[in-house]
Design a protein around this ligand. Structure first.
Ligand code: HEC
Length: 407
């Protein structure tokens, strides 16, 4: 039987799976090389700049680093680029699946900005492109010579973007877009800067020319940025599963503090790998930032129930509210789900709506039709362990209602 909602949920799962795998490959190799590079033994004879012995999986590895390149180019050279490209491509696909196709629910927030879906999608796509252009411009301006100032400006740009996204998108779309904005800069650094520069150097060597060391210097600046941005990007991507991070009033400040945590954590490991000390103060700084984030997250963003009930339905919500069987489904949800999925839950131990999913007003229920269908109709994921005794007939009624809306 053809059922688009089920198919689409599986697509999202498959692409997410791929995205996590590629991201692990990218971040894994990037962490490996950073640690390797910082930890090289530099006091060695011969033309190499440094070397390291490693043991892994039953074999010994002897790695040597050549600062510009060896005298003779080896026949076979392994490049590291598809880890990054495939992460970006799968991430872009996932963004489209969740935030463009599911835009009515996850991207657009009518309370913040009255956007049509296509306008939201356009802003989503354009902002990622423009972000790279602005960043690249900053790096290529004289600021490239003043890396610390450049980092501060980059931080300001990221905070401004977080604030800006929060003016128009839902909290979770804001967090995710800020992550995608940052990750686009990182992949574009690989694609437009690091790789082309490396190709020039390889080409020079093959043709017996001495490569200009400036290419290595430029690549180094960009990869330092990537180094500090990696951890915040992961936080922002994962934050989508934690409403305390995204569904609160100060979510954009939380995002800003996360970027600082990225710096304090990386600074610790960079220093350790370089065997240049043990800056334990960074752990204290990280912990304080995390505590500040927890505190900020307690400022709730939910509208009071009366206000939410008074709001007119959007055309998208109206479609589900008009479908046959809505009233019945509405009663079922109020009876079986709202005790937990409420602005002020009454279920013992549930202090805020799980996953930020609110199921109280007509609009809430109409808006979440797809998720209700998947979580409590087609599957028995909700209520957890069927604690509110949902009957098979209730599930049937939900399935009938959502199908009536013409999925
Ligand atoms: C006893 C409290 C409780 C009740 C009752 C309950 N839920 Fe949930 N719901 C949860 C919890 C807890 C989670 C988070 C699960 C997790 O962490 O994966 C959740 C998550 C969800 C999600 C988000 C799933 C995701 O992964 O994004 C949806 C949608 C949902 N519930 C719908 C419903 C529906 C529909 C009903 C009624 C038929 C219902 N819930 C009843 C506690 C409840």
């Amino acid at each position: 039987m053809y059922d688009f909602a089920v198919f689409w949920d599986w697509m999202a799962f498959a692409v997410r799976w791929l995205h996590v795998i590629t991201a692990m490959a990218w971040i894994g190799s990037s962490f490996y090389f950073i640690a390797l590079d910082l930890g090289l033994n530099r006091n060695i004879p011969g033309p190499a700049d440094g070397e390291e012995w490693q043991v892994h999986g039953g074999g010994f590895y002897h790695i040597q680093k050549y600062l510009v390149a060896p005298e003779r180019m080896p026949d076979h050279l392994t490049w590291f680029k598809w880890e990054s490209y495939s992460t970006w491509l799968s991430g872009a696909a996932l963004l489209m699946i969740v935030y463009w196709v599911g835009g009515e629910l996850y991207l657009i927030d009518a309370e913040k900005a009255d956007l049509a879906l296509w306008q939201g999608i356009l802003i989503s796509a354009a902002s990622l492109t423009v972000g790279w252009l602005v960043y690249d411009f900053l790096c290529k301006s004289g600021l490239g010579e003043r890396p610390t100032l450049l980092m501060v400006l980059l931080f300001a740009l990221l905070v401004a973007m977080g604030w800006g996204y929060n003016q128009i998108f839902t909290g979770r779309a804001m967090m995710l877009h800020l992550g995608a904005f940052t990750a686009t800069i990182m992949t574009a650094n690989v694609f437009f800067i690091i790789m082309p520069n490396q190709r020039i150097v390889v080409d020079d060597l093959k043709n017996g020319r001495t490569p200009d060391p400036k290419y290595g210097k430029i690549a180094k600046l960009r990869s330092t940025h990537n180094n500090y941005l990696t951890l915040p990007v992961l936080f922002l991507m994962l934050s989508n599963h934690y409403p305390l991070a995204f569904a609160t009033e100060y979510n954009w400040i939380i995002a800003a503090l996360v970027f600082l945590m990225g710096v304090t954590i990386r600074h610790y490991f960079n220093t350790r790998h370089a065997r240049a000390g043990n800056p334990t103060w960074t752990w204290l700084a990280t912990a304080l930032l995390f505590i500040a984030i927890m505190w900020l997250s307690t400022a709730p963003m939910y509208q009071p129930l009366e206000e939410a009930e008074a709001q007119p339905l959007t055309p998208y919500e109206q479609k589900f509210a008009d479908a046959d069987g809505f009233e019945n489904a509405h009663d079922i949800v109020l009876g079986r789900c709202s005790m937990c999925h409420a602005r002020e839950p009454v279920w013992e131990g549930i202090l805020w709506a799980p996953k930020g999913v609110l199921l109280e007003t007509e609009a809430d229920i109409a808006r979440n039709a797809n998720q209700i269908y998947l979580q409590a109709g087609v599957t028995h994921a909700m209520p957890p362990a069927n604690v509110t005794y949902m009957e098979p007939a209730d599930r049937q009624a939900i399935i009938r209602w959502v199908r009536n809306a013409g999925l």
